[in-house]
Design a protein around this ligand. Structure first.
Ligand code: PLP
Length: 234
């Protein structure tokens, strides 16, 4: 087994253990492999190990990888855009990705909807919540969620699937769980109003267990699968 296959198996075991501890089925939680800055060869190893969903933060880098695997005839992959999105890059996301986790304003949502090609299914979108109210982070406040969700749900090129957050680091499990529960409560409420909503993208390496216990349905893991990132090569 290569390193990436080994790491993936370990991460999957951790997800299963965290799910079992709170009485959830591990199938309820999707593992998103965050492959930003990693070469296509690393993604290919993960694909060989059975991974299908990949997360990318930089638009052009992600599009290059998507095209690479399309040219190889590998069409069963799911590509998630998880980075901050500028308006001038929205077309590339709309035309190439399957999901966008970082919708946080109507302007970007409208553009994604208009730019989504008609031959593709609607782009799956998550509304990003700035749950820790950090100035440096994108995302909206929870009080603004209902208004934006109502607008996004009307856009024909998009399918509203749920919520995403990147909570500020917490000192302990209890702190992580408390923040994750705030997200889960908002997610459950949204779900009752929109039948397409089924995804809470929450939990990274350090807070995965608390996020799963609180109700996350998708965890985003990079380093634990692909190793440390080297930004000097970009
Ligand atoms: C990079 C990134 C991750 C993965 O982070 P790791 O520390 O490598 O596991 C998850 N979510 C988002 C939004 C990211 O940008």
């Amino acid at each position: 087994m290569n390193d990436i296959a080994h790491n993936l198996a370990q991460v999957r075991d951790k997800i299963s253990a965290a799910a079992a501890r709170c009485g959830r089925a591990s199938e309820e939680i999707t593992l998103l492999a965050v492959s930003k800055t990693k070469p296509a060869s690393a993604i290919a190893e993960a694909i060989d190990a059975g991974q299908r969903a990949f997360g990318e933060n930089y638009v052009q880098e992600g599009v290059d990888k998507i095209h690479h695997f399309q040219q190889q005839g590998i069409c069963t992959l799911q590509w998630h855009f998880i980075g901050p999105l500028q308006s001038n890059k929205s077309r590339l996301v709309a035309e190439n990705f399957d999901w966008c986790h970082t919708v946080d304003r109507l302007r970007i949502a409208s553009r994604l909807s208009e730019q989504r090609p008609a031959h593709l299914p609607p782009l799956n979108v998550l509304i990003q919540i700035n749950i820790s109210d950090e100035q440096s982070k994108s995302g909206i406040a929870l009080v603004d969620l209902d208004a934006l969700a109502a607008q996004v749900a009307e856009l024909p090129g998009l399918c509203l699937r749920g919520l995403m957050a990147i909570p500020a680091p917490q000192a302990d499990y209890e702190g992580q769980f408390a923040v994750a529960r705030q997200m889960a409560v908002a997610f459950e409420a949204l779900k009752t109003r929109y039948p397409t909503v089924d995804t809470l993208s929450l939990g990274m390496s350090d807070d995965m267990s608390a996020a799963i216990a609180a109700g996350s349905t998708m965890v985003r893991i990079g380093t634990a699968i692909f190793g440390a990132r080297d930004y000097t090569k970009n």
